[in-house]
Design a protein around this ligand. Structure first.
Ligand code: GLN
Length: 503
């Protein structure tokens, strides 16, 4: 007997049981995604002989396209496929992408990446939207659920980010894999875990009742309205047509700029059009969602320095006084490591505060997210106080900054997923989740620009000068983050009005 939506949403305890299954599917998907992402720059430079600048630009382009496609994946889920079919199709495309890379990463590099970009677009937003549907619209336990789900994201990110590149470089399993096949196996591993993700999802479906079966119109719970086959296959064919297009655009990074300039405004125009079709009360909620989305661009723009300027800072200006660990390894995986432990705890803290009626509302949580982010960047600035004359400073202190930044991420990122599901109308759930991730695409884009601005070191400057330049930049970013946090808290009464009954 399939569960009804009511039975699913009226669960007892802290978490709905289905969240664990979605946790695992998302964990393996993130393993595949971050595993591949972690190999890109290194592979391009060492195997495809790309220049460093070129490789970084291409990496940035991939990231921008991946997150931009979440909007398209969300939109098709809402209009035609429903969440489940979208997720499954996305997963299959990701498997195809990883297999292509596993077969011959040198020859088919951009083709494999393009498949993964489109696949992630269909998978990523829609699994998050399904988590939201496990809850009734005003269930106070939703933020905790998303925090737990976020731990799954980061567990996958940590494992994939570490294992794939270690295999590719020959630091792991090198005695079992012939040298000429290391990269094939590393990319192949991403395909294997994605298969696990989908098999897990097949079993999960049994406990999801009607969630995600139909596109998100008000009849979503009615099983008897089948999706017209020609439309369904039309989406599959169209998404395959996107593949060579993306392949060309990722390979020539100047297209990324055009694409980024076009997709944001087009998305907004489309949202405004959709807004004309909803009730005034729903429209207000969509405006509130847009406020969160716009602020998140700034958040990710600052946060995503981790992949850019902070990795250069880690390589040049940090010692290894934290257990002898490699500073770049800490910079790459420290955040995910902290999240795995902290996310469930913070989730429980929200529930605990809610019982005592003192849980901060979403705006205050977002505001806190920015303030932690800012405080973290001030600590990065303060690393200069521990520097020696050669411009080398403490990894321990840097790790404290990472911990504070991670606390900020936990106040904003899982909460953002949760609030998108609460503020979107039923038939725009996927698209709004896609917009939330599209903001991340812009965040990555902005992060690259900020990072490049900081990297303009003067001719003949020393390592110590670089430390001063970077830390000065981090102080500025810290200030912007704190200002954004304060502004958010100040405008919270207005935005709360737009949110109405949503907390
Ligand atoms: N790290 C999170 C994830 O992979 C958040 C990504 C984002 O929104 N930028 O899902």
């Amino acid at each position: 007997m399939s569960l009804t939506l009511d039975e699913i949403q009226n669960f007892k305890g802290k978490y709905p049981k289905q969240i664990w299954s979605l946790f695992f599917s998302e964990m393996w998907e993130r393993f595949c995604f971050y595993g591949m992402r972690g190999m890109l720059v290194f592979f391009m430079i060492s195997q495809l002989n790309f220049h460093e600048v070129e490789a970084n630009l291409q990496y940035g382009a991939t990231q921008a396209f991946v997150y931009a496609f979440t909007f398209i994946g969300g939109l098709f889920a809402d209009k035609i496929l429903g969440f489940r079919k979208s997720l499954f199709w996305g997963g299959l495309l990701m498997i195809a992408g990883s297999l292509i890379l596993a077969a011959d990463p040198h020859q088919f590099f951009f083709l494999g990446i393009a498949f993964t970009v489109v696949g992630t677009g269909f998978f990523k937003p829609n699994i998050s939207s399904m988590v939201g549907q496990l809850y009734k619209p005003n269930d106070a336990r939703a933020d905790a659920g998303f925090s737990l789900f976020y731990a799954g994201i980061n567990l996958g990110a940590l494992l994939g980010g570490y294992l794939c590149i270690a295999i590719g470089k020959g630091e792991l399993l090198d005695h079992m894999i012939p040298e000429n096949l290391r990269w094939n196996v590393a990319f192949g591993l991403a395909a294997v875990v994605m298969v696990i993700s989908l098999i897990n999802f097949i079993f999960t479906q049994k406990s999801l009742g009607t969630i995600g079966l139909q596109p998100g119109h008000p009849l979503a719970e009615v099983k008897s309205v089948p999706i017209p086959k020609w439309k369904e296959y039309g989406v599959y064919v169209l998404s395959l047509v996107f593949v060579p297009l993306i392949m060309t655009m990722v390979a020539k990074t100047e297209y990324t700029d055009y694409f980024m300039w076009a997709i944001g405004p087009l998305t907004l125009i489309y949202l405004f059009y959709e807004m004309t079709k909803v009730t005034p009360s729903e429209r207000k909620k969509l405006w509130a969602a847009l406020v969160f989305i716009l602020f998140s661009i700034l958040f990710w723009g600052i946060y995503e320095q981790s992949g850019g300027s902070l990795s250069i800072f880690a390589a040049k200006n940090l010692n290894n006084d934290l257990l002898g660990l490699d500073p770049n390894g800490v910079n790459n995986s420290g955040g995910a490591f902290f999240i795995i432990f902290l996310a469930p705890l913070i989730g429980l803290l929200w529930i605990w505060l809610n019982k005592r009626k003192i849980e901060p509302n979403t705006l205050v949580k977002f505001g806190l997210g920015f303030i932690f982010l800012g405080a973290g960047y001030y600590v990065l600035f303060a690393t200069r106080l521990f520097a020696n004359a050669a411009g080398i400073t403490s990894l321990n202190f840097f790790t404290i900054a990472l911990l504070i930044i991670t606390l900020g991420e936990l106040c904003l990122s899982p909460i953002g997923l949760s609030i998108m599901t609460k503020l979107s109308t039923k038939n725009l759930q996927g698209m709004m989740m896609g917009m939330w991730f599209l903001a991340s695409a812009y965040g990555q884009y902005v992060a690259g620009i900020i990072g490049a601005g900081m990297a303009t070191a003067k001719e003949g400057s020393t390592n110590y000068d670089a430390l001063i330049t970077y830390t000065e930049g981090y102080k500025q970013l810290g200030l912007y983050a704190v200002i954004a946090g304060v502004v958010l808290i100040l405008i919270s009464p207005y935005v709360r009005k737009l949110m109405q009954d949503v907390k």
